[in-house]
Design a protein around this ligand. Structure first.
Ligand SMILES: [Zn+2]
Ligand SMILES: [Zn+2]
Length: 149
């Protein structure tokens, strides 16, 4: 059973078939889809769903605080249903895959008072970057073939 759907039901969010499909597409672990990806997957289940409906629904979910907007490296914004457990992101510099990660310690606490310049600091985002296993394998294969594609 979908955690995001459960949460939305619990809040009494009116679940039309279109909103439900958007919520179903976003449900799961390590989900970080662009709006276009959400639309493509939603349209596979509900062909009549429009891009505008998907965008509006995503906006509402963000406003409700049930979905987070994640910006990575100037690529398209991504939508993350893991809105209630503080986490950071591990991003593959090869293919852009994103995992939710939970480093030890509070990243906010890692910033000393002297480095806060008088700001009332409320959130911190940490992005870990590297190559995912698939991209590392590809690198090794391409290395053997002598050419990267
Ligand atoms: Zn990768
Ligand atoms: Zn995430």
């Amino acid at each position: 059973m979908s955690d995001l759907l459960e949460r939305l039901r619990g809040r009494g969010w009116r679940l039309t078939s279109q909103r439900r499909v958007v919520a179903e597409v976003l449900d799961g672990e390590h989900v970080h889809l662009t709006a276009d990806e959400v639309h493509a997957r939603a349209a596979a289940r509900l062909p009549e769903i429009s891009r505008a409906t998907v965008y509006n629904t995503l906006g509402e979910l963000v406003t409700l605080g049930e979905v987070l907007e994640v910006a990575t490296d100037g690529r398209a914004k991504r939508y993350d249903p893991n809105a209630h457990r503080a986490h950071q992101h591990l991003v593959c510099s090869g293919c852009g895959a994103i995992r939710d990660v939970h480093p030890h310690g509070d990243p906010l606490a890692a910033l000393p008072a002297a480095e806060r310049f008088g700001f009332a600091v409320t959130t911190a985002e940490v992005t870990y970057r590297g190559l995912c296993p698939d991209c590392r394998d590809r690198g090794h294969r391409d290395g053997r073939d002598g050419r990267r594609t």
